[in-house]
Write a protein that binds this ligand. Structure first.
Ligand code: SF4
Length: 470
């Protein structure tokens, strides 16, 4: 698929049960939570735990179920844990970049997991290397870890070091840090990437998305606020605020595509946001049609919204194969093209002879869209009216997704009429930018929509070639 892909999901859990009497239960919780976050990254997975005496970890390339089997979880005993699933584009796809990153320094073991992308990682890396630092990975996580460890030399505590490092870090980051004594959660001052807090009895849980709280029977407590640092340990819970400048900018694309529909982010249900986008589309861009279908998964809720607003019957137009693993996904181009038909197949009786409204969440490179339109036509559709539940995707993202440079974004180079011909649809319409806020009525913080507007919340190196983040 030519969708943008997210660059990671994080999870953490802290028990007040104390040392030694909890076995590997939290590792199992983390494993289940990472399963729930698998959509945010399929390149590698990892878990680190502590029993108060040592930090143990396991990580590797692959899906969560490929990296862990029950025997390996049994070795991860302890009362605090963090976990990570990672997506990587071209740069650094090897296991060396798998997280958690774990270092030993100043008599302490520190494990870190990270979701996001620093816009000044290159500069920070060069500064560190010029002072003798040697990096073992190509990722931003190690840049952050290095900066924190260096601050730790001159500060009282790890949380103070994190707070002092935050003004140096530009861009998007949601971080969890595990030591033998505590878990520290930090969210960048713009809040680009989600991070929430849950409770399960006396246990504290952190997760990129609330769907991971549900997976471990935790209840949602609140979101980590942009610029907030939270410390959880068996002894209690503390919150600090970074001095870094704030301008809230949660990624609007979380609601369009990245997040799971059963997650609620900063007050806004992902499912409801997508449904509302479909309703807006139907009001502004009606079509004479017989049936509305959505492209799974993130087009489905918007298709339902479009159908209910327009009065055109909704139907399931595709069957999605849910058993395709990472290796298959990352094979050669010709295999990727064949894989589309294996991943989704059209339900021909639903579309045959019909005028079809087909709803998708976005058009990024456009290549998959063209092929899906063609599949629907081959299955006998009389007309295909494509409706996109987000505004035209015109600008690269620098905050933790693999969205390419502008040259690869058809919406930045072609008119809607030209794109209609390119994808082979009878008509094409996008959610308008002015309707975007109406799709996030419950969102409690500001948002980033730079890929639609080109107005970046923080300065970026314009037209940098994308695809080299971790
Ligand atoms: S540019 Fe787009 S994808 Fe990137 S953080 Fe902003 S809204 Fe999200």
């Amino acid at each position: 698929m030519d969708k943008p892909r997210e660059a990671c999901g994080v999870f953490g859990i802290v028990s007040e049960a104390g040392r030694g009497d909890i076995g590997y239960r939290l590792a199992v919780d983390t494993y289940h939570a990472l399963y729930a976050l698998q959509h945010r990254g399929q390149t590698s997975a990892g878990i680190a735990v502590t029993d108060g005496d040592t930090v143990r970890y396991k990580k590797g390339d692959g899906l969560v179920q490929e990296v862990f089997e029950s025997e390996s979880l049994k070795g991860l005993t302890g009362h605090m844990a963090i976990g990570h699933v990672r997506y990587a584009a071209q740069r650094g796809t090897s296991g060396v970049n798998a997280q958690p990153l774990v270092v030993e320094t100043l008599g302490e073991q520190i494990a870190l997991v990270f979701n996001g992308n620093l816009t000044n990682a290159g500069q920070l890396r060069i500064e560190t290397e010029n002072q003798g630092g040697i990096f073992q990975t190509t990722g931003d996580a190690e840049v952050i870890l290095y900066a924190i460890v260096r601050k730790l030399l001159n500060t009282r505590s790890l949380e103070t070091a994190v707070l002092e490092v935050m003004p140096m870090l530009k861009g998007a980051y949601s971080i969890l840090i595990l030591t033998k004594k505590k878990v520290i959660a930090a969210r960048d001052p713009h809040g680009f990437r989600p991070l929430c807090i849950g409770k399960r009895g006396s246990e504290t849980v952190f997760a990129s998305e609330s769907c991971a709280l549900d997976a471990v029977d935790a209840t949602f407590e609140r979101d980590v606020q942009p610029g907030e640092v939270v410390v959880a340990s068996p002894d209690g819970f503390m919150s600090y605020t970074s001095r870094a400048e704030k301008r809230c900018a949660l990624c609007a694309f979380e609601f369009v595509y990245f997040a799971r529909p059963d997650s609620v982010i900063d007050g806004q249900s992902v499912e409801i946001s997508r449904y509302l986008a479909g309703q807006c589309l139907a009001r502004r861009n009606p079509a004479d049609a017989d049936v509305v279908i959505g492209i799974p998964d993130s087009g489905l809720s918007s298709a339902l919204g479009y159908a209910q607003e327009s009065g055109i019957p909704y139907a399931i137009g595709f069957v999605k194969n849910r058993y395709i693993g990472r290796t298959f996904i990352q094979e050669a181009q010709w295999l990727r093209e064949r894989s589309l038909k294996i991943k989704i197949n059209v339900l021909a009786p639903v579309v045959k002879g019909k005028r079809v409204v087909m709803v998708d969440d976005s058009i990024v490179r456009g290549t998959t869209t063209e092929r899906v339109v063609s599949l629907v036509r081959e299955s006998g559709a009389a007309e295909v009216h494509l409706r996109i539940s987000s505004p035209p995707y015109m600008h690269p993202c620098y905050f933790g997704t693999d969205i390419p440079n502008r040259d690869q974004l058809p919406a930045s180079r072609y008119t809607v009429g030209e794109m209609t011909k390119m994808v082979g649809a009878d008509s094409l319409a996008f959610l308008s930018l002015k309707d975007l806020p109406d799709t996030m009525p419950d969102l409690r913080i500001g948002w980033c929509d730079a890929c639609f507007t080109g107005e970046y919340p923080v300065p970026v190196a314009m037209e940098k070639t994308k695809g080299d983040f971790l």
